[in-house]
Design a protein around this ligand. Structure first.
Ligand SMILES: Nc1nc2c(c(=O)[nH]1)N[C@H]1C(S)=C(S)[C@@H](COP(=O)(O)O)O[C@H]1N2
Ligand SMILES: [Mo]
Length: 406
């Protein structure tokens, strides 16, 4: 661990706040500043920096992140309960208090360039809106580049659990920008989080932030303070986060602290070196910054599940597309030879997923592959293969789900 990677006193105190008591004791003893270079800690049973409990039947821990087990959603409704919602943290969850929180809107895209501050109370006094939307990491499904396509990619090895759907309540970003004195010359806004600076290869990239074109900012973006009817949990951005419907998860900045409004285009590492497509099939400097998510389907069975021959199994899963409502979902139980439509349990809506079910009665024991394929109302269908990109974003191919029939 290089010196730049060693957590500072503030980060450690934050970790202590987040960790269960048993883990916290060895770190509290002695000086927090000297705790870092000590003997390597055993692999944590919790993701350091995530506040909520992460029971192994609900989550797979991946570094500072927690992936929802898709099997944990089998008996839940269309909304993902907050206690099962995946967490993607670049560093760790800050425990902020709404009483000393405020939002600063500033920059060359405001009339008179005068920064404007909103207290939590002032934000809550603005008209509220409620909408259901999924938040899905750009890297959701990344592990299948390796396991299914034999390709190397960097980043967190998510299976299909880096997505959740919630009912968000908050205020329109549009209303906040207009109240702050948005100028006609503004072209981009850049929300920034209050979590720690993100250190990559020993270099600080600053706090998590990513530009958003003004057209999207004025369209359907909300600054949310409620998730499924409750205040936002710490891990999901308390007291206020951005929710950018249909876009990759990084756009939905948590623990919002300020928004730069600019009359010239903005950059941050999150739209230059990350969240573009790089690799042989893409332009030398990378693609344009990624915006919209893609489409996928999941099957709520463990990979490698064992199913009894001759019995009827109720297969369940979810399907979603960022481009349009889901139109149909098909499954194949013979590795992709024949396809049949499944039953959708929810009315397909934009920015939301649908649950599906299908019965399957495997006749012969042996290995099998189950495939689910989503088609949306814009005519997009999951392909058999995703074009490679080095950081493994936007995996959209049909997942070949191995099972064993016994
Ligand atoms: N401030 C801040 N915002 C953030 C992040 C972060 O680390 N810090 N992670 C982003 C990424 S990459 C994703 S996928 C989503 C995840 O949201 P969730 O943790 O509520 O599921 O938050 C985004 N917003
Ligand atoms: Mo993400």
């Amino acid at each position: 661990m290089s010196a730049a990677h060693a957590p500072g006193r503030r980060a450690l105190l934050k970790l202590l706040g987040a960790a269960p008591v048993a883990t916290a004791i060895p770190l509290t003893a002695g000086s927090p500043a000297s705790a870092a270079p000590a003997a390597p800690a055993p692999a944590p049973a919790v993701a350091p920096g995530i506040v909520k409990p992460l029971p192994p039947e609900l989550f797979t821990i991946r570094g500072t992140n927690a992936e929802t087990k898709v099997t944990a959603l089998r008996d839940t409704g269309v909304l993902t309960p907050a206690d099962r919602f995946f967490v993607r943290n670049h560093t760790s969850t800050p425990r902020l208090a709404e009483s000393d929180w405020s939002l600063t809107v500033w920059g060359s895209g405001l009339r008179g360039r005068t920064p404007v501050r909103f207290s939590y109370g002032q934000l809550r006094d603005l008209p509220s809106v409620t909408r259901t939307a999924v938040v899905e990491c750009a890297g959701n499904g990344r592990s299948f580049f390796a396991t299914q396509q034999g390709e190397t990619v960097s980043g967190t090895s998510w299976t299909l659990g880096a997505i959740g759907a919630a009912r968000w309540r908050g205020v329109r970003l549009r209303d906040v920008l207009h109240r702050a004195g948005l100028s006609a010359s503004a072209v981009e806004v850049m929300p920034r989080g209050l979590d720690d600076e993100f250190i990559s290869d020993g270099v600080s990239l600053g706090r998590v932030r990513r530009p958003l074109p003004i057209a999207k900012a004025l369209d359907d973006v909300i600054l949310a303070y409620e998730m499924n009817g409750e205040p936002l949990p710490y891990d999901h951005g308390f007291p206020v986060r951005v929710v950018v419907p249909s876009w990759i998860g990084i756009a939905s900045i948590k623990w919002l602290g300020d928004i730069e409004v600019s009359d010239t285009p903005l950059t941050s590492p999150w739209n230059t070196r990350f969240y573009r497509l790089f690799g042989a099939a893409h332009p030398p400097g990378g693609s344009e910054p990624l915006t919209r998510q893609t489409l996928k389907s999941s099957l709520e069975l463990p990979l490698g599940a064992t199913l009894e021959a001759g019995a009827t199994h109720r297969l369940t899963g979810r399907a979603w597309s960022a481009a349009a409502p889901v139109r149909k979902v098909e499954i194949s139980t013979d590795g992709g030879g024949r396809w049949r439509p499944v039953r959708l349990r929810d009315t397909p809506r934009r920015d939301n997923w649908v649950r599906w079910t299908a019965d399957w009665r495997p006749r012969h024991p042996g290995p099998a592959e189950l495939l689910a394929r989503t088609t949306d109302a814009a005519g997009n269908t999951q392909p058999a293969r995703t074009v490679h990109n080095t950081q493994g974003y936007l995996f959209d191919a049909v997942v070949r789900h191995p099972v064993t029939v016994v």
